[in-house]
Write a protein that binds this ligand. Structure first.
Ligand code: SAM
Length: 260
């Protein structure tokens, strides 16, 4: 996977990305990162890339020319996804990350000031992505959020290929609580089921915890999950009926024994 980032602050991107898991992926060549300084494509004697907005209004806007020339310098195939990070975009989520992780190369454009002239966005951008309903000073942090989430879905970036399958949002559920050593800490114990060695029981506990937490914290996600997991509720109802039947039989047996 190759990321090309058009930005006025290339060092913000490279310094973050060269650390930790993404840093290792870069070193191992699983991810390639190429930053392009939009200012290098200014055609103004003062190297400026922004100007006043037509129609008035506070703040400056990035001019279309330098952004376009920076993009052209990449010489990417015509079908390459070009992402503009903007509050006026589709809100990024895990499904969007999964979709982007299937690409070979993605170009990111980071805006600054009041944003970028609309004409160059119309000309080259395929995806407008927002990372949430708030306004940042620049697109760099937003590009890093998207690149980080996409990278960890690229095969080989996480040590364990299945790591992300258990994580929050993979199946519209939030992750269950996790524990490590020590077993007792500040009067709090690790749930005994996790020490039982019974893998099926652990899986069941984790699913129930995921459902509980999602229902409590993100009812919107829970509703989505519930609609597409009818079989879970059917199975649960059958299990409850079986257990009620067992309890009824036990009570009957006990009553018969007492009658003797
Ligand atoms: N005037 C713009 C508006 O009201 O929509 C905001 C411009 S913002 C100050 C400067 C740049 O930060 C944008 O061009 C964009 O690249 C980035 N940005 C700000 N908030 C963002 C968000 N929520 N998601 C993605 N990018 C964002």
């Amino acid at each position: 996977m190759r990321f090309d980032v058009l930005t006025l602050f290339p060092e913000q991107i490279s310094s973050y990305f060269s650390q930790s898991i993404t840093g290792r992926a870069l070193k191992e060549g699983i991810i390639e990162l190429n930053t392009v300084n939009i200012r290098d494509y200014s055609n103004d004697p003062h190297n400026s890339v922004d100007d006043y907005t037509y129609g008035g209004g506070a703040g400056m806007l990035m001019m279309p020319g330098p952004v376009y020339d920076a993009y052209k310098s990449l010489n990417v195939p015509k079908d390459t996804r070009v992402v503009y990070l903007t509050p006026v975009g589709r809100v990024f989520d895990q499904k969007y990350a999964i979709d982007l992780s299937k690409e070979k190369e993605i170009v990111f454009i980071c805006g600054h000031y009041e944003g970028i002239d609309e004409r160059v966005i119309d000309e080259i951008v395929t995806d407008r992505i927002s990372i949430g309903d708030y306004v940042l000073t620049g697109g760099e942090t937003a590009a890093l959020v998207v690149m980080d989430a996409v990278s960890r879905l690229v095969p080989g970036v996480l040590g364990n290929e299945t790591s992300f399958v258990d994580e929050s949002f993979y199946d519209d559920l939030l992750e269950y609580p996790q524990y490590t050593r020590p077993e007792h800490w500040m009067g709090k114990d690790v749930p005994p089921i996790l020490l039982s060695g019974d893998h099926a029981a652990v899986d069941e506990w984790r699913l129930e915890e995921s459902i509980r937490i999602t229902k409590e914290l993100r009812p919107d996600l829970y509703e989505k999950w519930a609609v597409s997991h009818e079989e879970y509720f059917i199975k649960k109802e059958k299990k409850a009926k079986r257990e009620a039947e067992k309890a009824r039989k036990r009570a009957k047996k006990l009553a018969n024994t007492n009658d003797l």
